[in-house]
Design a binder for this molecule. Structure first.
Ligand code: RAT
Ligand code: ZN
Length: 429
């Protein structure tokens, strides 16, 4: 006869929650748990002016710029000819004075002002400017993280960004509130305009990947892994992304990036589904979305079992398929509700689907914040949206006979918002 190990019981054997107590317990656990923000565009202070913060940056976020052009007759050319403060003035007047800030991105600015106890209507812009000008960055980061309920932000660090790479070469890094990520977009998506930069830094690469190019790209990634100590490598990919593919991207991915990730023991993050620059006049706001063929993810997970893949897909239509693939491949970790998906109605739908299909074995959200204080509203919204989603799952579980405890909820929330990322990322022995 087979002898089974004893089945573990829920930790703590704590108080069994009644159905009526469940929503409040979930809210309390979500509020008390510090999250890890596993994908942002924030930068630690040693990366200087790369890090954006304050009201003028909040107002000129590209999500708001896209909305400006729907409510103001200003042309993109005229808007981008203005300086930062003038752009912020125009966005404030258009979206917050002449219109009600009811969209997700505009409501976020209101939530940040409210978070700091600042006025949101009369004299709001002047007071906010005075307030942020009075802040010292280091302590401000601590306050922002506390208000957001996070204790770590994972950055996006591009070794070929001319503004960023010299700072790393001079020894940036080391702030324990931030972790680095080696971003590969210039290498994988824009090789033809960046291979020359590798040459000028002493790597013997050729545009057509001839000679020892692949080995040299690997050496470049090894050098930057040693310098940045990234917790993963990452790339944004078009909706047309295919793998395998006889292209520069396909070959560099297979022969340089995947081996470098394996060697460093870190995952690769695939963010798939962008239709780049459908309207270049509005710059960063000019990207759109397309449905991808996730067969590419299937082949990567299947053919490279020694690699781990974080994956976020931009199209709503691809979400269910991503969950199915995560059920097939344990080296695949779905994460976040990315960019155009980070709206309550879609976050609710996606998260319910993920819990139903994957239990707690996924990473529900990242902020994608580009401006420091955005983490306050993005994480506030995540907690607010997820509370009823989780309450529905746990209520059904309790009704079906599980003696649910607060410890169950604590374990799951800590797993989803911290441990899944910590276990999946970072150098592995
Ligand atoms: O959400 C965004 O801000 C996008 O513009 C992108 O930066 C995206 O998140 C990415 O990382 O490529
Ligand atoms: Zn991003």
């Amino acid at each position: 006869m087979l002898s089974h190990p004893p089945i573990p019981v829920a930790p703590g054997g704590g108080h069994e929650l009644t159905v009526g107590e469940i929503p409040r317990a979930i809210g309390a656990v979500l509020d008390a748990t510090k999250f890890v923000d596993m994908h942002t565009h924030l930068f630690e202070p040693s990366l200087g002016a790369m890090g954006l913060w304050g009201i003028d940056e909040l107002l000129t976020y590209h999500y708001l710029e896209a909305e400006l052009f729907r409510s103001s007759p200003v042309s993109p050319g005229a808007y981008f000819a203005l300086n930062k403060r003038e752009r912020a003035d125009l966005i404030w007047r258009t979206l917050f004075v002449e219109n009600t800030p009811v969209s997700e991105a505009t409501r976020g600015v209101v939530a940040v002002l409210e978070g700091f106890g600042l006025p949101v209507r009369v004299a709001a812009l002047d007071e906010a400017r005075a307030f942020f000008a009075s802040r010292g960055l280091d302590a401000h980061i601590d306050d922002v993280f506390r208000l957001a309920g996070i204790d770590r932000a994972v950055m996006t660090n591009d070794p070929l960004d001319p503004a960023e790479s010299p700072l790393w070469e001079r020894g940036a890094g080391g702030d324990s509130r931030f972790q680095a990520v080696l971003r590969l977009d210039r290498v994988l998506n824009k090789w033809s305009s960046h291979w020359g930069e590798l040459v000028s830094r002493g790597y013997k690469v050729e545009e057509d990947l001839g000679g020892g190019t692949v080995e040299e790209v690997r050496r470049f990634l090894q050098d930057w892994t040693a310098r940045m100590k990234p917790v993963y490598m990452a790339v944004s990919l078009p909706y047309t992304f295919a793998f395998p593919e006889d292209s520069v991207r396909g070959r560099l991915l297979r022969d340089a990036v995947l081996p470098a990730c394996r060697e460093a023991g870190i995952p690769l993050s695939l963010m798939i589904g962008v239709r780049y620059q459908v309207n270049p006049a509005i710059r960063l706001a000019g990207d759109a979305v397309g449905m991808a063929d996730l067969g590419a993810v299937e082949r990567l997970c299947h053919d490279f079992p020694a690699n781990r893949f974080l994956c976020s897909v931009l199209s709503r239509e691809n979400q269910h398929e991503l969950c199915v693939y995560a059920r097939k491949f344990s080296n695949l970790m779905p994460f976040g509700c990315w960019w155009f998906l980070n709206n309550p109605s879609i976050v609710e739908e996606m998260t319910a689907e993920r819990v139903e299909m994957l239990g707690a074995s996924f990473i529900p959200q990242h902020s994608d914040a580009r401006v420091l204080e955005q983490v306050i509203y993005k994480w506030r919204n995540t907690r607010r949206t997820l509370k009823p989603v989780l309450a529905r799952s746990y209520t059904a579980l309790a009704e079906d006979g599980w003696p649910l405890t607060r410890e169950d909820i604590e374990r799951d929330v800590a797993r989803m918002f911290r441990a899944n990322f910590e276990r999946f990322s970072g150098p592995r022995a």
